[in-house]
Ligand binder design. Structure first.
Ligand SMILES: C[S@@+](CC[C@H](N)C(=O)[O-])C[C@H]1O[C@@H](n2cnc3c(N)ncnc32)[C@H](O)[C@@H]1O
Length: 297
């Protein structure tokens, strides 16, 4: 278990080093958006797409050690275009993580509802990102009822015209095992969501160039943790994941290698903690990890 004095804090340092201070099986959820390959070199140093996997793998090994066997790791990432084609570093990373012992359980799509228009000669504007789910074990904590959605207009149209196949379990013709019995949903107000999340991008200025909307971590925190659970964001940036965890009554640990971002994240969660006394056990502190103190990179 995580020592009490290590949680509800933002750490400054390389996540690979900082996590060495944490025991095995400390976290219920790791939710993060890492620096994308070679993209934001001016703001926080990009990693060349060809070197992305070798850069990331020692970190995912450490994430695996600190994640509980019942926990989940959600990685928000999207491969960039290099010389006219999508680079394969995300696919390569998934393959290598599987060799590390991770299970590639699922993939969610974040559909960005409000992305601005653009024109490219050989593709359309990029309007979605991946959220790749990894687990250590096939059986993990998942609280599906927490993210149910109103059945909506779909029910009025679809359930009014039920066919014969809708009334019996319609086994998937492709043999995928995803059979369905549509009539089961008659009279229900709430249904389970799909694996596509329709969320607007963050437009408020958080003094960070890659902030995701808090609804994104919110959704996964509710789905994979209970109140009191511990959420890690090893690339915490402006602190969105930590902020969400705190707001939902979970504990957090955030890490960023950039002092400005670590401080920004700390300010955000600290301001929130003042408004929500009693939710976090301890006030967040802007903490310099032991490794950082030793001057280790
Ligand atoms: C895509 S941003 C995260 C943005 C965040 N999701 C938010 O909402 O603000 C990635 C962050 O990773 C940090 N970073 C890069 N390399 C790191 C490392 N080795 N360890 C910890 N943080 C790192 C960068 O400084 C940057 O703030």
């Amino acid at each position: 278990m995580t020592k009490k004095d290590l949680i509800n804090k933002i750490f400054l340092g390389d996540c690979e080093d900082v996590l060495k201070e944490f025991s095995d099986n400390s976290f219920d959820l790791i939710f993060t958006s890492p620096p994308y390959a070679d993209q934001r070199t001016k703001t926080y140093g990009g990693i060349k797409p060809d070197h992305y996997v070798e850069w990331f793998l020692p970190k995912t090994a450490e994430f695996k050690r600190v994640l509980k066997p019942t926990g989940t790791f959600i990685l928000n990432i999207k491969e960039r275009v290099v010389e006219g084609e999508r680079h394969t570093y995300v696919i390569d990373l998934i393959m290598k993580m599987r060799e590390q012992g991770w299970l590639w359980t699922e993939e969610y799509i974040w559909h960005k509802k409000n992305s601005y228009p653009g024109k490219w000669p050989n593709r359309f504007r990029d309007n979605w990102e991946r959220l790749i789910q990894f687990n250590k074990e096939k059986i993990f904590n998942m609280y599906q009822e927490e993210v149910m959605v109103p059945v909506g207009d779909w029910a009025k149209d679809r359930l009014a015209k039920l066919s014969e196949t809708d009334r019996v379990r319609d086994e998937s013709r492709a043999g995928s095992g995803f059979g369905k019995n549509v009539s089961n949903w008659i009279g229900r107000d709430m249904v389970y969501p799909t694996n596509v999340l329709h969320l607007a991008t963050e437009t408020g200025n958080k003094n960070h160039s890659a902030v995701f909307p808090s609804e994104l971590p919110n959704w996964f925190i509710k789905l994979f943790t209970k109140p009191g659970g511990v959420v890690l964001d090893p690339f915490v940036g402006s602190g969105t994941t930590a902020f969400s965890a705190l707001q939902l009554g979970r504990h957090f640990v955030g890490i960023d290698v950039n002092p400005e971002y670590a401080q920004l994240a700390n300010q955000r969660v600290f301001a929130k903690q003042i408004k929500l006394p009693g939710i976090a056990e301890k006030k967040a502190k802007y903490t310099v990890s032991k490794n950082e103190k030793k001057g280790k990179k």
